[in-house]
Design a protein around this ligand. Structure first.
Ligand SMILES: *[C@@H]1O[C@H](CO)[C@@H](O)[C@H](O)[C@H]1NC(C)=O
Ligand SMILES: *[C@@H]1O[C@H](CO)[C@@H](O)[C@H](O)[C@H]1NC(C)=O
Ligand SMILES: *[C@@H]1O[C@H](CO)[C@@H](O)[C@H](O)[C@H]1NC(C)=O
Ligand SMILES: *[C@@H]1O[C@H](CO)[C@@H](O)[C@H](O)[C@H]1NC(C)=O
Ligand SMILES: *[C@@H]1O[C@H](CO)[C@@H](O)[C@H](O)[C@H]1NC(C)=O
Ligand SMILES: *[C@@H]1O[C@H](CO)[C@@H](O)[C@H](O)[C@H]1NC(C)=O
Ligand SMILES: *[C@@H]1O[C@H](CO)[C@@H](O)[C@H](O)[C@H]1NC(C)=O
Ligand SMILES: *[C@@H]1O[C@H](CO)[C@@H](O)[C@H](O)[C@H]1NC(C)=O
Length: 618
């Protein structure tokens, strides 16, 4: 495989001036919520659509872990033995995590692994003295091949520090719920696929759902397309003492695991879990290092004791290396795919008052990213160990990355034949920097295009899978007013197509997914009235749009969050502030719609409406 690389660097005027700008950061609310505890605990939530089987009663319930995560920093994950409930027939499984916390605490990252395969990546909300609680439910049916096995190790990691100041202990319950969904509908002919890889799941639309007939729908069932779970899941993860995730510390830090793939695998998908922390928690807002270097040189020469918050400045200066990041996935050293992750903002991020009680998109259920690997099976089915590795382009400390390899096996043979036919990756990266003192503009644009195809000859036939992945990344950071005003704008567009063609040249299956993640953050930082304090006024717009076509079924998701407010800050503590957040979520699949709108201000939910009506599309 060869990579086309274009590097263009435009550098202009570098003149240092005075004072230092502040950056997106991470806060707690120690003093803010230290009022007397009069109210009952408040429920926090992430806006998302219900699970397809939420309306059914669970056949079986398996409470597997109850644990108080207090001083868990540096400890291995908490582990218990997992076996599915005896004598329970199920088709679908939900993982439920209930958490409660009271006091003062930072947001923490957490994950659940089964036999080293990650099932969910989540983060915690920052508590108050009145206490908060939340409930996360995730459809984990795709991990059925693991969930059906006995005596596996289930591990939960949530690193927390509890002391006199940070008193919050995260109390968590982890439960599996098993559903038997009989409403599964057989595949319509257009979706016929070798080995029935996909099936349609759906229920009759109740007339209640659309009493006004606002829209002309296909006059048929509502559909949710789901994939047949893989026959085998191989975790590509770390040993586990520090959690099963690989900790990636810099751009050169490569983590690998050797994997032997059964020779009868006819389909492969790699699912990547990723989160960013420390100096890269807000990677999309990091200016280039050269910007800080000049600012720091100037600071040393003109040390001004009345400057704001030295520690914060130091932290800011480490948050550099520009704003382009890409998680690279390699097999035997060859790049086979990449992910620019959705910018999940944890609940202490940017302005923690934005995330009360509605957390940011993805905070409780971080997205994972699938890459179709079927065309590469030709390189992988030789019975030898192959090295899967991860790297974060331009990354700084630190990233938590691991993956699950989902494999579908040919029950009718011990060995299938496969060959990669072509691979044609292209990559370009452009950076532009212009700065004068503390003001400046930084732009990065990157594009990656990968086209690969390969055939797999199994007992179902000889099918050629072609994939196309197109990634477009654009980020701009502008500082003005002596660096006190910062504007970050980013747009990520990720398009992928999978097409399966039969021996006779007939397209038998096609799917495409297009995701865009526009992000905009405006921050103004000014010195506060009291010494060592400053005030930050922020507005934020973060959204995800996804269009998916599987066979002849289309789905669209639009999830948009807008927040604004100000806060007064000392070190990393919020002293006071005002914040409001609006979120609109709408999902449409076939003739099924779900939408929810919420608004919150100063920690209180002002509006929360849900609708199952499809809006009139013009
Ligand atoms: C609680 O708050 C109320 C009104 O804000 C105040 O009158 C009362 O003294 C407070 N109680 C404690 C224990 O701080
Ligand atoms: C967790 O802590 C709470 C409060 O101290 C206590 O009531 C509960 O029993 C503890 N749970 C476990 C599993 O240790
Ligand atoms: C399993 O379930 C069936 C049907 O509910 C019941 O008849 C049978 O006794 C159960 N077996 C065990 C071992 O629980
Ligand atoms: C966890 O489960 C226990 C026992 O059912 C319950 O008392 C507790 O409230 C649960 N904790 C949370 C955070 O939901
Ligand atoms: C499978 O199909 C491809 C493309 O049509 C062809 O090149 C290849 O030889 C076939 N393989 C087998 C084993 O028939
Ligand atoms: C930037 O700082 C300089 C030097 O202190 C000052 O003269 C100028 O007015 C400031 N500009 C803005 C836009 O605040
Ligand atoms: C802030 O104020 C306190 C007391 O008012 C004083 O001791 C301290 O030196 C001041 N800090 C700075 C950086 O001016
Ligand atoms: C939020 O707080 C600000 C400042 O105290 C106030 O002006 C505003 O009315 C509050 N909003 C709500 C909904 O309470």
């Amino acid at each position: 495989m060869h990579t086309f690389l274009l590097l263009l660097i435009l550098l202009s005027l570098i003149i240092p001036l005075y004072s230092l700008p502040f950056h997106q950061s991470h806060f707690t609310k120690q003093h803010l919520h230290q009022k007397n505890t009069t109210s009952s605990p408040q429920e926090y939530f992430e806006v998302t659509k219900p699970l397809p089987f939420d309306g059914l009663n669970a056949r079986c319930k398996l409470p597997i872990l109850t644990h108080n995560f207090s001083n868990t920093y540096g400890l291995p994950p908490v582990s218990v033995t997992y076996s599915p409930p005896i004598n329970c027939t199920w088709t679908h499984v939900a993982l439920e995590i209930q958490v409660s916390c009271r006091g003062e605490q930072y947001d923490r990252i957490a994950a659940v692994w089964l036999s080293g395969a990650e099932l969910i990546r989540t983060s915690t909300a920052e508590p108050t003295n009145d206490g908060i609680f939340w409930n996360v439910r995730k459809d984990v049916t795709r991990y059925s091949s693991l969930l059906a096995q006995d005596n596996l190790i289930l591990s939960v990691m949530l690193e927390n520090i509890v002391n006199d100041v940070f008193t919050g202990v995260y109390q968590a319950n982890v439960t599996f719920l098993y559903y038997n969904d009989n409403t599964v509908i057989v595949s319509p002919p257009l979706l016929a696929l070798p080995s029935e890889n996909y099936r349609m799941m759906g229920r009759k639309l109740k007339s209640l759902n659309n009493p006004l007939n606002l829209k002309v729908n296909y006059d048929k069932d509502s559909f949710d397309l789901e994939e047949k779970p893989a026959d085998l899941i191989i975790p590509i993860s770390a040993v586990g003492d520090d959690g099963f995730w690989f900790r990636i510390q810099n751009a050169l830090d490569i983590h690998s695991k050797g994997v032997r793939i059964p020779r009868n695998a006819y389909r492969a998908v790699i699912e990547i879990y990723v989160s960013f922390h420390g100096n890269d928690e807000f990677w999309y807002s990091n200016p280039p290092d050269s910007y800080f270097k000049n600012v720091n040189d100037y600071e040393v020469r003109n040390r001004n004791p009345s400057d704001l918050c030295a520690s914060m400045k130091k932290a800011s200066a480490e948050r550099g290396h520009g704003a382009y990041r890409e998680v690279l996935v390699m097999v035997d050293g060859n790049l086979i795919g990449s992910v620019v992750p959705f910018p999940v903002i944890f609940t202490g991020g940017i302005n923690p008052l934005f995330w009360e009680p509605v957390v940011s998109i993805g905070a409780f259920d971080l997205p994972s990213y699938d890459l179709e690997l079927t065309p590469y099976l030709g390189m992988l089915l030789d019975g030898k160990v192959h090295s899967f590795s991860f790297q974060v382009a331009d990354g700084i400390s630190f990233w938590l990355v691991d993956a699950n390899l989902h494999l579908w096996l040919d029950a009718g043979s011990v060995e299938v034949q496969a060959r990669i036919r072509s691979s044609d990756p292209e990559f370009s990266l452009e950076r532009e920097l212009k700065f004068q003192g503390l003001d400046g503009e930084f732009e990065v644009e990157a594009e990656r295009k990968t086209k690969t195809s390969g055939w797999v000859h199994s007992t179902a036939g000889n099918f050629t899978t072609s994939i196309l992945q197109e990634l477009k990344f654009k980020n701009s950071i502008k500082f003005s007013n002596n660096g006190t005003l910062k504007l970050v704008e980013q747009k990520v567009k990720d398009k992928s197509e999978v097409r399966i063609v039969s021996d006779a040249g007939q397209i038998i299956f096609q799917t495409s997914t297009e995701r865009t993640y526009p992000l905009k953050i405006t921050t103004e930082t000014l010195p506060g009235k009291e010494n060592d304090t400053y005030s930050m006024t922020t507005s934020l717009k973060n959204s995800i749009e996804e269009k998916k076509t599987v066979g002849n079924v289309q789905s669209t998701l639009k999830n948009n969050q807008e927040s604004s407010g100000w806060m007064s800050v000392k070190d990393h503590e919020v002293l006071s502030g005002v914040a409001n957040t609006q979120q609109s979520y709408s999902y449409k699949a076939g003739s099924e719609c779900y939408s929810r709108n919420v608004a919150a201000e100063n920690g209180t939910l002002l509006a929360d409406t849900t609708s199952l009506l499809c809006a009139i599309s013009l």
